[in-house]
Write a protein that binds this ligand. Structure first.
Ligand code: NAP
Length: 401
């Protein structure tokens, strides 16, 4: 079987045949510079490295040259600066060589908003004659080396020069990545913050579900454990393990599901009230809209938990004890409870609706995954997710626009 890495490389090789050995220069022979340079070389680009110590820069595939920064800069009009921002000063000395060329800033920071301006804007200040493009900072050196490209393939690209930006996006495509044009260089700061953010869209859904869990748990505990203990001295503490979580899960799941659809309705009312689609939503509503997918997935997780808690009911000691007790008392009193058709109908309908509801919930969850939603067309997607996405498109447009 062909390995994914080989497949990817051969695909990239095929793609590369169209760009006649374009020479790309990479400044810095560190981890990232090497990984990106080697990947571009594999994909058919002619690569030349710029280094402080060309003779000491380690092993490179045959065909790759390592030169001084100035010499390397003269060999290409597209230069990838794989150097940390703190060391950008040496670029001012190369201002003449870099004039009119495209400089790609790939740098990241250690903290969010570490500097007043983005690294890319700082680079533009240092080398005013160059066309600066921000790209590749969201791809790790490991992902480039391993070839499997774990994590995201998305490359966020921004810059003020359209042509330069397009060249960098073409390189991204050739490497098998997914370039996404984010606009002008002003967006660079946001792009530099992406790799430092830890699940930004998951915080609100997770905090909210934690708050709902606490609320339901405490409420059920008061009703089913503390109240019977105070009134009847009954010890129901074992309910805390399965019975109460099983009551809590569907409550949390349904509340979260409602909160997936609620912002769309609020947004629609706001649009009607304002009489226009073309105005910005308040920040809280915008953020709420943007994390609806995460809210839905957390809700689905709680629905799964409910299913699992329900499936173990027959093997619980308490339930088995209750059944055998009821059978023994019927034997003792020599009396059988007649079969109640109405109760049988009620219980079966209750379970059938639960199964159907869970199936629709899973369907909703699966179709919101990008890999699945990409396989259905717009009408099919709206048919399944109608109320939610009906306003989501508008919301995104308005919220972000
Ligand atoms: P690194 O391994 O430390 O390499 C940095 C390179 O910068 C050095 O090898 C050196 O190359 C060059 N350099 C130029 N002037 C320097 C100076 N005064 N002091 C030290 N080094 C100097 O770092 P890296 O991981 O390759 O990262 C390079 C850039 O890529 C950074 O901006 C980083 O934020 C970004 N990035 C890295 C990753 C990653 O996964 N590593 C991912 C995305 C973005 P020479 O010795 O050849 O001169």
């Amino acid at each position: 079987m062909e390995k994914p890495f080989l497949k990817e490389t051969s695909f990239a090789m095929k793609m590369s045949s169209s760009h006649n050995q374009e020479t790309v220069c990479v400044f810095g022979t560190g981890d990232f510079g090497k990984s990106l340079g080697n990947k571009m070389f594999q994909c058919g680009y002619s690569v030349v490295f710029g280094s402080r110590n060309p003779g000491l820069s380690g092993l490179h595939p045959k065909g790759i040259e390592v030169l001084s920064y100035a010499e390397a800069a003269r060999r290409s009009d597209l230069i990838i600066v794989a150097v940390h921002r703190e060391h950008y000063n040496f670029l001012t000395e190369l201002a003449e060589e870099l004039n009119g060329k495209t400089l790609v800033d790939v740098s990241n920071n250690l903290k969010i908003n570490q500097y007043p301006e983005s690294n890319a804007e700082y680079l533009a200040e240092l080398v005013p004659g160059a066309k600066i493009v921000k790209a590749f900072n969201t791809i790790s050196a490991w992902a480039l080396q391993s070839g499997t490209l774990d994590a995201s393939r998305q490359v966020f690209v921004c810059g003020d020069d359209k042509e330069a930006k397009q060249r960098v996006m073409d390189i991204g495509c050739t490497l098998g990545l997914t370039p996404m044009d984010q606009g002008s260089l002003k967006v660079a700061k946001e792009i530099e913050n992406y790799p430092l953010q830890l699940f930004p869209m998951w915080k609100f859904p997770l905090y909210l579900s934690a708050a709902l869990c606490i609320f339901y748990f405490v409420y059920c505990m008061l009703r089913e454990v503390i109240y019977p203990y105070i009134h009847e001295k009954k010890d129901n503490t074992f309910f805390l393990a399965i019975s109460i979580p099983n009551r809590m899960c569907p409550g949390v799941a349904l509340n979260l599901l409602a909160l997936v659809y609620l912002p769309g309705i609020i947004a629609a009312i706001l649009q009607l009230y304002r009489g226009t689609k073309y105005s910005r939503f308040p920040n809280w509503l915008d953020h709420w809209m943007l994390c609806r997918k995460q809210l839905g997935l957390v809700a689905l997780a709680f629905a799964f938990l409910h299913v699992m808690y329900t499936l173990v009911i027959p093997i619980r000691h308490y339930v088995r004890w209750k059944w055998s007790n009821s059978v023994i008392s019927q034997i003792k009193t020599n009396k059988t409870n007649p079969f109640n058709v109405t109760n049988a109908w009620l219980s079966d309908s209750y379970l059938a609706l639960g199964i159907l509801g869970f199936f629709l919930f899973v369907l909703l969850g699966i179709t919101s995954l990008p890999s699945v939603s990409n396989t259905v067309n717009w009408r099919e997607f709206r048919f399944i997710q109608l109320p939610k996405t009906g306003s989501q498109g508008d919301a995104h447009q308005l919220g972000n626009g």
